[in-house]
Design a protein around this ligand. Structure first.
Ligand SMILES: O=C1O[C@H](COP(=O)(O)O)[C@@H](O)[C@H](O)[C@H]1O
Length: 232
């Protein structure tokens, strides 16, 4: 499916525009079905966007928020994506939203993935909105180059849900929604910032294996158009 690049003069401009787009899409879903769902990314990029989105005036009590991926660490761990969402998105008006964490207090990451899959099933078939990020190595969600479960994660025939991932560049074991869960969101966004990420995107858009740059799975095979939001 085609992608469209939306470029902005600054990260603040991007955050405001993306927050408006996401708020409008959530409101439209609520008007149509009574509820709405969004899966967001962690990392350093989404912080300002989260802060902008948290102030938008929509029926947040009808919105369920989850993560596209998470480290297998509890929510008070400074590296937890949940903590980032708590501190920046589940604030202001968005405090009324329901948050479904991927991390579960389970004996293993595999058991946590199984529990999280059950708990998120009702909101992910498909998501109204998915916001992806991208690492400098071309990973998205926790689809890491060299990842232990990468082939399964990006195989379109792998069912919707959450699986585990371990990789050299990932630090802790990860929990990640599969490609099939993310690629058909009504609004599918890739949010990246900086000249370096633009270069990584250009490389990913060229030829080469998906296993080397897993973002290629999304750029090449997502059934929803990919809306790329970029600022320097
Ligand atoms: O590991 C992760 O990194 C990516 C990109 O993060 P950034 O710091 O370069 O913005 C992120 O999309 C993913 O959710 C996160 O777990």
């Amino acid at each position: 499916m085609a992608s469209t690049l939306h470029s902005f003069a600054s990260a603040a401009d991007l955050a405001g525009s993306l927050a408006d787009k996401v708020a409008d899409t959530l409101s439209a879903a609520i008007a149509a079905r009574g509820t709405a769902s969004i899966a967001v990314s962690g990392g350093s990029t989404p912080k300002v966007f989260f802060q902008a989105l948290s102030t938008r005036d929509i029926a947040w009590d009808k919105v369920t928020i989850t993560l596209v991926d998470e480290r297998f660490v509890p929510a008070d761990n400074p590296r937890s994506n949940h903590l980032l969402v708590d501190a920046n998105l589940l604030q202001n008006k968005a405090k009324a939203a329901r948050f479904l964490p991927l991390y579960q207090d389970a004996a293993s990451a595999e058991e946590a993935a199984r529990l999280a899959t059950e708990k998120t099933r009702a909101i992910s078939s498909p998501f109204d909105i998915v916001i992806l990020g991208m690492g400098g190595d071309g990973h998205t969600a926790s689809f890491f180059p060299g990842g232990s479960n990468l082939a399964k994660a990006i195989d379109a025939s792998t069912p919707r849900g959450i699986i585990t991932m371990e990789a050299e560049g990932a630090g802790e074991p990860r929990l990640t929604f599969t490609f099939s869960s993310l690629q058909d969101a009504a609004l599918l966004v890739l949010h990246i910032e900086g000249e370096g990420k633009k270069d990584v995107l250009a490389k990913a858009e060229g030829s080469g294996d998906e296993a080397e740059m897993p973002i290629r799975a999304v750029l090449r095979r997502a059934t929803s158009p990919v809306e790329i939001y970029w600022a320097p």
